[in-house]
Design a protein around this ligand. Structure first.
Ligand code: ZN
Length: 320
């Protein structure tokens, strides 16, 4: 009989992208399809990549099925679909300059999809790594004019990034990145409006579709410009609370050798990603289970506390 405190391990889904690389293999040891791979959908019930559960009482079932048929695992979480999507991005070349809609716009224009609030934790950054986040046009007309004249350098707010940076990317924020491995927590949505794709061609000689009209609809021209991703909130007993929004919260957990880190869980469930190192996790006094970089799991409703040992960095996210 499955208990609602048994951890659930989804199998990642991998997505080839023209801007991707091979670091999901070389850094994380995943068994990848050939060619550049940009995204690991580590915990997802989205129809474009619905993870199959690996082992345990729910072995072989899809996460979307668990959400629909085993609500006790997600104690009290509301909504018609699993709300979160956890990815690792390997961004070798520039991600397209893009923007995402909020719930209201996506519901109306994208067939009932959720909007896409997302956040990025930078796991590794190349020496020349850059993020574009936000833009300098004051309104729709100015933005459109600068796009037509290809004045990208003046239009886009570009800053350097370092490992350990964190960015909260709210809907309406123009963004792109290159030269980084990123852990992403987002709403379960796959709606992206591409503004610019660096004149790149795909293998078949065509370019990827742009969506300037929709982008102009959703860009927030009043947003404040972000100038750094440095984390300023303090770490308390190994836990750093990175953000809260109306959809999710995100913590970073760092375990160091010789002591354990306890993480109290008071949400319907949590998604946990091991981003570096190795160690163990135990739930409420159960036998510890080995973990290593690249493991991802869901701590279902019966987990009130997770205890970590070893040397690990984990990102923990949960519905708001
Ligand atoms: Zn995005």
């Amino acid at each position: 009989m499955a208990r609602t405190s048994d951890l659930i391990f989804p199998q990642p889904v991998f997505v080839p992208k023209i801007w991707g690389g091979r670091r999901l293999d070389t850094e994380f040891g995943y068994d990848l399809p050939a060619g550049p791979v940009g995204e690991c959908w580590a915990i997802s019930a989205h129809p474009h990549g619905d993870c199959v559960i690996d082992g345990g009482a729910y072995d072989g079932r899809r996460l979307s099925e668990l959400w629909a048929e085993e609500p006790q695992l997600f104690g009290g979480a509301s909504g018609d679909r699993f709300p979160l999507l956890i990815k690792i991005l390997d961004v070798d070349d520039y991600l397209s300059v893009q923007v995402h809609p909020d719930d209201a716009y996506a519901t109306e224009h994208e067939g009932g999809s959720l909007g896409k609030s997302e956040c990025w934790y930078v796991l590794e950054a190349d020496d020349d790594a850059r993020i574009m986040i936000g833009q300098h046009a004051k309104d729709r007309d100015e933005f459109k004019g600068m796009v037509e004249k290809r004045r990208w350098d003046e239009l886009l707010n570009e800053i350097t990034i370092n490992a350990g940076d964190f960015f909260n990317i709210v809907p309406g924020t123009v963004h792109a990145v290159r030269g980084a491995l990123i852990l992403e927590v987002q709403q379960s949505s796959d709606v992206t409006y591409r503004v610019y794709d660096f004149e790149r061609l795909q293998d078949d000689g065509t370019s990827r579709e742009l969506h300037l009209a929709q982008a102009l609809d959703v860009i927030d021209f009043k947003a404040e410009t972000i100038t750094t991703g440095a984390i300023t909130v303090p770490e308390v007993d190994g836990v750093t609370h990175l953000m809260d929004c109306r959809y999710f919260g995100v913590d970073r957990v760092r375990a160091t050798a010789g002591s354990s880190v306890a993480l109290a869980l008071d949400k319907p469930f949590a998604c946990v990603s091991v981003c570096a190192g190795a160690g163990t996790v135990s739930v409420s006094g159960d036998a510890p289970r080995d973990l290593r970089k690249g493991n991802h799991f869901i701590a279902p409703a019966g987990c009130t506390e997770l205890s970590f040992t070893g040397e690990m960095m984990l990102i923990v996210s949960y519905p708001a």
